[in-house]
Design a protein around this ligand. Structure first.
Ligand code: SAH
Ligand code: SF4
Ligand code: F3S
Length: 458
């Protein structure tokens, strides 16, 4: 039995795909690279913006065609889009056999055995589910909590992934140990808002602790003691990034000083409309505290441009916030209306032309600031986790502890290396294994490279 799995969306979906594949392997499936060779195709979907939804639709169209030739081909639609009315309509239209929401992935084996099946429940058993470690991976994901309690007005995630549920700390630490034993050198702790790990229901900055659970700060210290050289976490919600968490990062050498802190907008009027629960001033205070305790931290963010009602003045506040924080990296998105969200119900979408124009202005600022930030790294010795050969001949590619994409000259093995930064572009740093040869590399690195090809979406 052969399965082909396609994954869209965020790291949490990648982690879920790994869990699903582990279950399938347990009943004898092997995995193939194209749907043409498969008996079963699983599509793990994303619904956060229009683009991933369109991609799923295109793929389902191709699969429907394939099935006219091979009647016994089974198709499963899973993940965030499958949970929504939009996805369920699509599933019916394209004759999908199995539909499982992100809270029901543990039902994959019974679903396949029955042939036709659907479930959109948030199963309690998922809270206690640990997949086995992936084979041969240096970096691995580890979901520490699922769901989201916030109600950002543009966002579909609370509808797709349900309310927050934290996994028991003991399971998380055992899973981290198993990853370490399997050779993993970098683990990313995942959640929509990892900072609210172990907190009771609700939102806001004053939530109390669930009995028997550590705080996220304590969990970071525990994960730091497992012995994996790099521990990272995504995503932080500014409202719960308290001083204790920043102190835990500062005190725990294995925790990478990399904070992804989505801001969405620099305008208080927009933040309020988005129901982000903080102001620009509150956010800047959190950044100030990070800079105080972790002066060498990398800070990245997410922005949405063209949210309904965003004026030129509001947008300029986003540009000024970018310059004030001096982000190292940013993911920049055009607002995409999502069916059923408060913003889609209450506000009208703005002209696409304006959104595109604003996005390109934000990208210009981001390139300028990221280049300045990256140029500051030249001459420093840094640690790079090399993942394999780069597209550019003679280089290997990896990433720093601060999540910079790093190209290193030479034929280095996969794994952690100490290197020297000799050149930078807005989205790459170039490194050598010794300080010699800087000039030659500098010249070579002048080749123009695509910039931000994957960090923004139109
Ligand atoms: N839980 C995380 C982010 C999850 S979604 C957080 O709160 O920060 C990842 C990013 O997608 C968001 O930060 C936001 O910038 C973007 N996003 C979410 N919904 C969107 C929409 N409707 N249109 C455009 N971008 C969106
Ligand atoms: Fe979406 Fe907001 Fe929850 Fe993030 S915090 S997943 S943006 S609702
Ligand atoms: Fe997409 Fe769901 Fe992740 S909507 S971004 S796959 S949580």
């Amino acid at each position: 039995m052969r399965a082909h799995v396609v994954t869209f969306g965020c790291q949490m979906n990648e982690y879920d795909t790994h869990a699903i594949q582990s279950e399938l392997a347990g009943i004898g499936y092997s995995f193939v690279d194209t749907f043409k060779e498969a008996d079963l195709v699983l599509v793990n979907t994303c619904a956060v913006r229009g683009k991933p939804v369109e991609k799923v639709q295109t793929l389902l169209g191709e699969l429907r065609k394939e099935r006219t030739k091979r009647k016994d081909l089974k198709i499963a639609l899973m993940g965030c889009l499958a949970q929504l009315p939009e996805g369920q309509r699509m599933g019916q239209r394209f004759g999908v056999d199995i539909m499982l929401g992100p809270g029901a992935i543990t039902e994959i084996v019974p679903a396949i055995e029955r042939g036709k099946f659907q479930s959109f429940e948030f199963k309690r058993e998922l809270q206690f589910y640990s997949p086995p470690p992936p084979t041969g991976a240096l970096s691995a994901h580890l979901t520490i909590m699922r769901g989201c309690n916030h109600r950002c007005t543009y966002c579909i995630v609370p509808a797709t992934r349900g309310p927050e549920v934290s996994r028991p700390a003991e399971d998380i630490i055992n899973e981290a140990r198993a990853l370490k034993d399997a050779g993993v050198v970098e683990v990313s702790l995942l959640g929509q808002n990892v900072n609210s790990y172990g907190l009771v229901d609700g939102t806001g900055s004053r939530r109390s602790r669930l009995p028997g659970y550590p705080s996220f700060a304590e969990l970071l210290r525990m994960a730091g003691r497992v012995g994996i050289p790099r521990v990272r976490f995504i995503t932080s919600h500014p409202i719960n990034l308290d001083d204790e968490i920043i102190e835990a990062i500062a005190d725990t050498p294995s925790v990478c000083r990399f904070i992804h802190l989505p801001v969405q907008s620099g305008s208080n009027r927009m933040l309020k409309r988005m129901a982000r629960e903080y102001t620009r001033e509150f956010y800047l205070d959190r950044v100030r505290r990070v800079r105080e305790l972790l002066p060498d931290a990398t800070i990245s963010t997410d922005f949405i441009v063209g949210f309904p009602g965003e004026t030129e003045e509001d947008f300029e506040e986003t540009l000024s916030l970018y310059r004030e924080v001096r982000y190292d990296m940013a993911y920049m998105f055009i607002y995409s209306e999502r069916e059923g969200t408060p913003a889609a119900i209450h506000f009208g979408d703005m002209e696409r032309r304006v959104k595109v124009e604003r996005l390109s202005r934000l990208i210009e600022v981001s390139k300028e600031i990221s280049l300045e930030q990256n140029l500051n790294l030249i001459g420093r010795e840094i640690e790079v986790l090399v993942d394999g050969p780069a597209a550019e001949e003679g280089f290997v590619q990896g990433h720093s502890r601060g999540n910079h994409v790093a190209l290193v000259k030479g034929n280095l093995t996969r794994g952690i290396h100490q290197v020297f930064v000799v050149h930078a572009t807005p989205n790459r740093i170039y490194c050598l294994t010794d300080r010699a040869g800087e000039v030659a590399l500098h010249e070579r690195a002048q080749i123009s490279l695509p910039i931000y090809e994957s960090s923004f979406s139109v």
